[in-house]
Structures are given as C-alpha cells and as structure tokens.
Design a protein around this ligand. Structure first.
Ligand SMILES: C[S@@+](CC[C@H](N)C(=O)[O-])C[C@H]1O[C@@H](n2cnc3c(N)ncnc32)[C@H](O)[C@@H]1O
Length: 156
C-alpha cells in the first residue's frame, strides 16, 4: 500500500474487539461465531464495536450515502476501515486483460461496472473529509499499487 494523509497520533491504539460491518443480506455459515445483523449500514443503529470494516461497499453508494455511512459507523465504532475499488483506467485495463478472459460474462460485466462506479482517490478522500468535518476524527488514505484498491482508515 502507498500511504498518504497519515497524521493521526491515535493509530497506535490496540484493537480488542471487532465487529464486522458487511452487507446485511449476505448468508453466513451456520457455525460462524459472529452475530449476524440485518441492517442498513447508512441509517440503522449498529452494534457497538472497536473496529468496523467494509469491503467493496462504497462503490454501491451515492456520495451522500458514503457520507452517511461514515457518520453512522462513527456512532457505534471507534475506528472504521473502508476498503474499495478505485475508478481509474489502469485497473480497468488490467481487469480486461488479465481477468476477463478467464471468468464468466456476468463477472466481466460486473467487474467493469464496479470499477467504473467506484470513486477516484480524490473523490473518496474529499467525501471522507466532508463526512468528518467539524468532528474530532482523523483518517488516513492509502492507494495500492496499480490502483488495485483504496483504503480509508478512520479514527473517530
Ligand atoms: C460488492 S458486494 C460486497 C460483499 C462483501 N463485502 C464482499 O466483499 O464479498 C456489496 C454489498 O453491499 C451490500 N450493501 C449495499 N448497500 C448496503 C447498505 N446500505 N447497508 C448494508 N449493506 C449494503 C449489498 O447487499 C452487497 O452485498
């Protein structure tokens, strides 16, 4: 990962307990020990947690919903790690060349739409800053090599 915006002295805290913020409609294995909660992560009250994590959710959301998600998670968790794709020509080209020939047409279509619907690094950074404006929270933003993914790590 290539980090940027690292300016938070609170990142050396130890996380004790983790709550997963995943899509609420996903089916989990019966033996999974984590509680499963059906909820709208943008609007519903969420379980108290030390850490919240979302993966590949952001590109499904409008700008206002990304802001709403970040604020809503901050009401229940001390930290939020949001991982998502990056809208950029490079991952789109790499997907077409190295992934698309080996997967089904549905996955090809879904993958390309997902990258196109994603936020650029600048957009996601600005949305996060807007969501946290006026609060005591701070965040760092990392973009992986080849723009393969981006991570927003918020400490509320
Ligand atoms: C691309 S899938 C990612 C699923 C999983 N996190 C993964 O990485 O395999 C995006 C998921 O976000 C969920 N989702 C969309 N809006 C949501 C919301 N407001 N609250 C909770 N989950 C939501 C959808 O149900 C969908 O399953």
């Amino acid at each position: 990962m290539v980090p940027s915006n690292i300016s938070c002295p609170r990142y050396n805290t130890t996380t004790i307990r983790v709550t997963r913020i995943l899509d609420a409609r996903q089916v989990w294995p019966r033996n999974n020990q984590h509680p499963i909660v059906r909820a709208d992560a943008i609007r519903d009250p969420l379980a108290k947690a030390d850490l919240a994590f979302s993966m590949y959710l952001g590109h499904h959301l409008s700008e206002q919903d990304v802001i709403g998600l970040i604020r809503n998670v901050g009401r229940c968790s001390r930290r939020f790690i949001l991982l998502d794709l990056v809208r950029h020509p490079l991952p789109l080209a790499l997907f077409r060349i190295f992934v698309a020939p080996f997967v089904s047409p549905v996955v090809v279509a879904d993958g390309q739409v997902s990258i196109r619907r994603s936020y650029t690094r600048t957009e996601l950074r600005e949305l996060t800053a807007e969501a946290l404006a006026g609060s005591a929270a701070c965040f760092r933003h990392s973009v992986a090599p080849l723009y393969a993914r981006q991570v927003i790590d918020i400490s509320y």
